[in-house]
Design a protein around this ligand. Sequence first.
Ligand code: ADP
Length: 328
Amino acid sequence: MEPKTIKKIGVLTSGGDSPGMNAAIRAAVRAGFYYNLEMFGIYRGYEGMIQDDIKRLDSKNIAHVLERGGTFLKSARSTEFKTPEGRKKAYENLKSHGIDALVVIGGDGSLTGAHLFFQEFGIPSIGLPGTIDNDLSGTDSTIGFDTACNTAIEAIDKIRDTATSHDRLFFVEVMGRDAGFIAINAGIGSAAAAILIPEKKMPIEHLVEKLKIRSKAKKSSNIVIVAEGGKSGGAGEIAEKVKKFLPSYDIKVTILGHLQRGGAPSSFDRLLASKLGVAAVEGLLQGKYDVMAGLINNKVVYTPIKKAIVDDKSVDEEDFRIAKILST
Ligand code: ADP
């Protein structure tokens, strides 16, 4: 597309928060300053866009945010933005500030909103993949995924200490919505006995058999990683089912939950967010609209948002094969 003149860019974070969102905001804003643009923070995602919670940012606003988890712009879910009236209000507010382009940092829902908004009002926009779930195509990793895996592994290491001391069987549930990326990474990285992910069905009987074999091999601890959103249920339900087969086992359940969303971003996520924040602003200036900036093989790639949200990225078969070998 022929680049439009862009002078004022609005940045927002939306949907589920993820570690590294701050680093992405900071990079986009710094890049904007580098190219002599005015930069605006749109607070509380699309909700703030509708309620005119929009402020011009200066370099003080983005000092010391790179290393902090969460998002200083705050995130929110907005049902009003899903209505044409809500989006019209949001557009009027952007116009009143003279904002002529947007950087939207969020997951597939937020990027869907950005796509729709671009279709309706034609405001140049670029999405950045900000989610711990890693469920967006067009990037090898989403911002926050690496930190969430590190947090999960750290927690599982601690669970293993108590599991070993008491010869217990632990079912640990990790986040990821309908995707098993955190589960497979954290499972391999913490030597899990088995990994249950939504993308692959494992009959309870198989799992029980596996655990029995490991028990015979005198493995002193067993940790099974369960991804939330699996068709066979969460960690609690799976544990209940297994208990019926193995009544003598000392079984415990831990749900890691929201702690996986917090914490200082890892070095990897800081770098990813920094590269993509700059890529968002440069992409807008080059006339790349309605796309998501991602990193594939360490190169910035712009993928149409429609493709990034629809293409189903699935857990690498090779990772699954490795997990199987290592847990046998
Ligand atoms: P995430 O971005 O983490 O996937 P959500 O799915 O909750 O989180 O989406 C975040 C926000 O994006 C929603 O609250 C809504 O404001 C907006 N959004 C999501 N889907 C749509 C849609 N189909 N049309 C318009 N806006 C949407």
